[in-house]
Ligand binder design. Structure first.
Ligand SMILES: N=C(N)NCCCC(=O)O
Ligand SMILES: [Zn+2]
Ligand SMILES: [Zn+2]
Length: 326
């Protein structure tokens, strides 16, 4: 697509019913159908890094299936994300299920390739291990990035069974590697039992601030979004959403569920409150459809990815407009 051409949007639901045909995210064109894209939605079918229930390797396709019902206009952000910028489904990154190190390298390499085209990534996991190679790739382009991490868990543990690359450890590795801007790191939705108090002191030393799920309930979504926006400022921002940030009532289909989580409404509202942030890429991980019912989890995930995609599209359009005005 040249910069003057209008983006190619989703399949017209008034002509082809939404339940027909193979699924792409939001029924958008595949990347090979449009040549290049501003936002690449990409799946990572990988779950070898999990410590409890497996199955997130099927998450990306479950989210694609559940996203058939998304409509092209987003009233909450007053934007038509797929008209403002080209958004396309880039398919899946093939990752070795029997070798975590090799898989981590493959994800980093594929992310490098997509980012080098100028696209931003909306990655659908996969387990949380994949956030590390994605952050490595984003940091090569933008330098250390601010991180907003929505999750029941800290994911800053050191190792599991001696393994460094797991779904409970990506953000400790990322801090060690210097790819995060440690003045702007926040967990949101944290809750549940830990291995010890040390988990919290270690996490704080790495620079993380914590907004617990109880904080969200007590202080409300607007105040939380304001606080996060202030902390992030205009830094390049990466958002990583582990779907287990939601209460198991809102997201049963996940591998390490914890009671007392956010509602899908709270998550979506906080994301909308971040629409002015400079979102350079995002992931949504840990959807494990085998434990889901009636697509509860994958529908919630598809809507969260839709809000993130809208934020990116609006910014891409605004940047283009500013450039054209010059
Ligand atoms: N769901 C993610 N990313 N991490 C959970 C790790 C929790 C544990 O095994 O103790
Ligand atoms: Zn988690
Ligand atoms: Zn996680």
């Amino acid at each position: 697509m040249s910069s003057t051409e209008a983006p190619r949007g989703p399949i017209d639901s008034s002509r082809v019913p939404r339940y027909a045909g193979p699924a792409t995210f939001a029924r958008l064109p595949r990347l090979d159908e449009v040549g290049r894209t501003d936002v690449a939605v990409v799946g990572v079918p990988f779950d070898t890094g999990v410590s409890y229930r497996p199955g997130a390797r099927f998450g990306g396709n479950a989210i694609r299936e559940a996203s058939r019902l998304l409509r092209p206009y987003n009233p909450a952000q007053d934007a038509s994300p797929f008209a403002l910028a080209q958004v396309a489904d880039a398919g899946d990154i093939a990752a070795n299920p029997f070798n975590i190190n090799e898989a981590v390298e493959a994800v980093e390499g594929a992310a490098d390739d997509l980012l080098s085209t100028g696209a931003r990534l909306m990655t659908l996991g996969g387990d949380h291990t994949i956030a590390l190679p994605l952050l490595r790739s984003v940091a090569k382009k933008h330098g250390p990035v601010a991180l907003l991490h929505f999750d029941a868990h800290l994911d800053t543990w050191d190792t599991y069974f001696g393994a460094e690359y797991t779904h409970g450890t990506p953000f400790r590795r990322a801090v060690e590697e210097g790819i995060l801007d440690t003045s702007a790191l926040s967990h949101v939705g944290t809750r549940g039992p830990l291995y010890g108090k040390q988990d919290l002191t270690d996490d704080e030393k790495m620079g993380f601030g914590i907004v617990t799920s109880a904080d969200v309930m007590r202080r409300g979504v607007d105040e939380i979004a304001d606080q996060l926006r202030q902390r992030i400022g205009d830094r390049p921002l990466y958002i990583s959403i582990d779907i287990d940030v939601l209460d198991p009532a809102h997201a049963p289909g996940t591998g390490t569920p914890e009671a007392g989580g956010l509602t899908s409404r709270e998550l979506l509202e906080i994301l909308r409150g971040l629409s002015s942030c400079h979102l350079v890429s995002a992931d949504l991980v840990e959807v494990a459809p085998a434990y889901d019912h009636a697509e509860i989890t994958s529908v919630a995930a598809s809507h969260a990815a839709y809000e993130l995609t809208t934020i990116m599209s609006r910014q891409i359009a605004a940047a283009k407009e500013a450039k054209d005005a010059k």
